[in-house]
Design a protein around this ligand. Structure first.
Ligand SMILES: NC(=O)c1ccc[n+]([C@@H]2O[C@H](COP(=O)([O-])OP(=O)(O)OC[C@H]3O[C@@H](n4cnc5c(N)ncnc54)[C@H](O)[C@@H]3O)[C@@H](O)[C@H]2O)c1
Length: 342
C-alpha cells in the first residue's frame, strides 16, 4: 500500500509526538514540518526524517505530497491553520480543544462543512485502556443505568509555570477539562445540557500567572447522569506523575473506580528520588512509541488508510468546546448555565 504523506503545523512539545508516530508507522511518511520557529521546524524535520521544513503553513499546504496534516499549535491558535488546511483539501488531525471561542467554532464549522475534508480531534483519552474497557462495560449494560461520575483530572504546577509558554492565554478547563468532558460524553453516550462551575485563583496569580488555579464543576447530562469534575493545574511537582487522575463511574447495577496515574504496577527507587514511571500515556516499549497518546495518532493514520470512521470527530470537538465555554461563563457569572450548541 502506498504511504500517506503527512505534514505537521506546530512542532512544539506535542507536535513532536505526532512526528514520532508519522515517522515510525508503516502506512505513513512524514513529509514536512512547519513551525514559526525555523530552528525548531528544522530540528524536528531532521530528527524524524522529513525532507522539508517551513515557517509558513500556507506554503506547506501547497505541497501535493501532503495528504493530511496535524494541527498542534497552542490552544488559542487552532482556527487559522484549520481553515487553511480545509481549504487546501487536506485531512486533519487537530489537537484538543478544537477551538476556544464561539466565533472560531462557527467559522471552522462553516468551512469544514463546505470542504468535506476528514477531521479527527485528538481526544486520546478514548484510547486509554481502562477508559475503553469501562465504555464497553457501560455499553454491555453491566453497570445498569448511569447515575453519576466523579472525575478528577489535574496537572502538576510545572505545566502552567514551566511547560506551556502560553498558559496565560488558555485555562486548565481548555487544557485538561476538554479531555474530561469528552471522556464523560464518550462513556455516557450523552450530551451535557446544564453546567455550574466555581473557580479559585490564589497560587498561580501569586506567582505572576493571571489564570485560575482550579475549576470545580457540576455537569448534568441529557440521559440524567450527573458529574462532578475537578480540574486544577497546581498539584505539587512532587506528585508521582505529571497528572493526578481519579475516576468513579456509578450505575444502578455496578461501579467502576480508576486511579489512572498511580501507576502502582511499577515503583522505581533511585539514589535521589522514587517514582512510578509512565506505563499508560506514552512509554517506549522495545524501541516503539506506545501508550494511548501515541495510539490515537496511529489510529488516525489507519482510519485514513482504511476509510473507517474516526473515534472522535469534528462534532465531538465542537460539542466539547461549547461545554467548556459554558463552564467558563458559569464560573465568571457564578450562575448555572444551559449549554447552547448552535
Ligand atoms: N503538552 C502536552 O502535554 C499536550 C498534550 C496533548 C495535547 N496538547 C495540545 O497540543 C497543542 C500544542 O501544545 P504544545 O504543548 O505542543 O505547545 P508548544 O508551545 O510546545 O508548541 C506549539 C508550537 O506551535 C508553534 N506555532 C504557533 N503558531 C504557529 C503557526 N501559526 N504556524 C506554525 N507553528 C506555530 C509554536 O512556535 C510552538 O512551537 C495544544 O492545543 C495543547 O493543548 C498538548
Amino acid at each position: 500500500m502506498e504511504k500517506i504523506g503527512f505534514g505537521i503545523i506546530g512542532a512544539g512539545l506535542w507536535g513532536e509526538s505526532h512526528a514520532r508516530i508519522y515517522s515510525s508507522h508503516p502506512l505513513s511518511q512524514l513529509v514536512a514540518v512547519c513551525d514559526l520557529n525555523q530552528e525548531r521546524a528544522h530540528h524536528i524535520a531532521q530528527k524524524y526524517g522529513a525532507s522539508q521544513y517551513y515557517t509558513d503553513y500556507q506554503e506547506m499546504l501547497q505541497n501535493p505530497d501532503i495528504k493530511a496534516v496535524s494541527i498542534v499549535t497552542p490552544d488559542f491558535a487552532h482556527r487559522e491553520p484549520f481553515i487553511a488546511a480545509c481549504q487546501a483539501g487536506k485531512d486533519i488531525l487537530i489537537e484538543k480543544p478544537l477551538a476556544t471561542t464561539h466565533q472560531d467554532l462557527l467559522q471552522m464549522k462553516n468551512v469544514y462543512q463546505q470542504t468535506g475534508v476528514r477531521v479527527m480531534v485528538d481526544f486520546h483519552t478514548r484510547f486509554n485502556p481502562p477508559i475503553a474497557i469501562a465504555q464497553e462495560n457501560i455499553l454491555e449494560g453491566n453497570l445498569g443505568q448511569l447515575i453519576s461520575f466523579y472525575y478528577r483530572l489535574n496537572d502538576v504546577i510545572s505545566v502552567p509555570l514551566n511547560m506551556l509558554s502560553w498558559a496565560a492565554q488558555s485555562s486548565i478547563l481548555w487544557f485538561l477539562g476538554s479531555h474530561a468532558i469528552d471522556t464523560l460524553r464518550f462513556l455516557g453516550g450523552s450530551e451535557v445540557k446544564r453546567v455550574y462551575s466555581v473557580s479559585r485563583s490564589e497560587v498561580l496569580v501569586s506567582k505572576g500567572l493571571p489564570v485560575p488555579d482550579i475549576y470545580q464543576s457540576i455537569l448534568e447530562f441529557e440521559n440524567g447522569a450527573i458529574a462532578t469534575i475537578e480540574n486544577n493545574w497546581i498539584v505539587p511537582n512532587t506528585n508521582p506523575h505529571w497528572n493526578d487522575i481519579k475516576l468513579n463511574i456509578l450505575g444502578t447495577k455496578g461501579m467502576i473506580n480508576m486511579d489512572l496515574t498511580g501507576n502502582q504496577a511499577i515503583e522505581r527507587y533511585l539514589e535521589d528520588k522514587s517514582d512510578h514511571p509512565d506505563i499508560l500515556i506514552m512509554p517506549t516499549i522495545h524501541g516503539k512509541p506506545m501508550g494511548f497518546a501515541h495510539e490515537s495518532i496511529r489510529d488516525f493514520i489507519e482510519k485514513l488508510a482504511n476509510g473507517e470512521k474516526f473515534v472522535a470527530d469534528f462534532q465531538d470537538g465542537y460539542q466539547v468546546s461549547k461545554v467548556v465555554l459554558s463552564l467558563l461563563a458559569s464560573a465568571d457569572e457564578r450562575m448555572p448555565k444551559e449549554v447552547k450548541y448552535e
